[in-house]
Ligand binder design. Sequence first.
Ligand SMILES: NC(=O)N[C@@H](CC(=O)O)C(=O)O
Ligand SMILES: [Zn+2]
Ligand SMILES: [Zn+2]
Length: 430
Amino acid sequence: MATLIKNAQVLMDHQLVTNDILINDGHIQAIGHRLNEQYGAAEHVICADHHFVSPGLVDVHVHLRDPGQTAKETIATGTLAAAHGGFTTVGAMPNVDPVPDTPQKVAAMVAKNREEAHVHVAQYASITKGRTSEELVDFEGVKRAGAFAVSNDGSGVQTAGTMYQAMCGAAKAGLPLAAHVEDDSLYQGGVMNAGPVAERLGLPGINNVSEAAQVARDVMLAEASGVHYHVCHVSTAESIRVIRDAKRAGINVTCEASPHHLLLTDEDITMDNPMLKMNPPLRSPKDRAALVAGLLDGTIDIIATDHAPHTDAEKQGSMRTAAFGITGIETAFATMYTTFVKTRLMSLDRLIELMSTRPAQLFGLKAAGQLKVGAPADLTIIDLDHEYEIKAEQMLSKGHNSPFIGWHVYGDVLMTLVDGQVVYGKDQQK
Ligand SMILES: NC(=O)N[C@@H](CC(=O)O)C(=O)O
Ligand SMILES: [Zn+2]
Ligand SMILES: [Zn+2]
């Protein structure tokens, strides 16, 4: 079946231009004008009404919680939430139960994702068995079973020797290694960033060095092993400095930042509020400024949400006891667009590079992140002009643990297509 998207604003050579997009057999067949004269009338016509049509967004850091914690999220709800956020490919973190730490378990996850997901899911295998042990997974085996990368997200790899062996194995298998950087021996049980705000609130703090020291260690190990080392949710000025230096030295290191670390600081925590509790924590304004500088100078390669849904009960009460993590996949584009593009700190083109093109390229997701003839029709139609309020009841994730509820933003996703099929349509929702 052919679908024609009419009057789309698409980015071409860094400019927005009006075009029609013809989709056939799940792929983009043509981009241009008066396509029906050349190709015949399409069975299905979607009027984009001069809204922006983006290559589907790509988020390499998402927690789908399934199997094992389906009260928080399922593959179905998490990927529907992704489609609502404009994402057509997500990377699923392996802190689920059972952990995908063998080729068999990875193959089972890949099959389950294919069965139940509304968007493409790239599956992480863990780095070590059970995610916290020192026993390495079979890197070649998990790659053959369909893993696109390895990560122990949720925990750092504590021992340098284990990390080095893991990097050598991942490098040999051609798998990127995405690291949650956290040295347990430097982490002293905090629940928010260490500093004057934590002191004022009487809450235990998490220092910068528990992250940055492990980044520094890993950069050395990455150089020695030759792996593609990717730092997850970078949050400190020191980590940015180490990564910038490592890149200058030609080491194969990349990193992601999450919207919340680019948009909020610990000064936004005016009271004990679990909606602002995540790991790594919201850092100081100085750290945020270093992250923004890193985003603008290219030290930060991509944006990833770290969408971490929890039940309402787990996010109630005090930050001392609430779960770490916030949702993000439904608010990432709008919050980033509003703060960085609408204000002209960054071009729309660059934001799409950070949220679609580059993550696909860095992680070898060859079919994703492109709007061009021959590519899969993974697209999202976004209204950039209408201001709206982020509301919990509009979220399709099971998790409502977002600090962005109540924000007024631009960048409303109207429709998302995966392989030419509409997987989210604003008008079709309640
Ligand atoms: N970021 C978080 O605070 N939580 C994540 C784990 C993680 O990303 O490290 C989770 O799985 O809930
Ligand atoms: Zn993490
Ligand atoms: Zn995570």
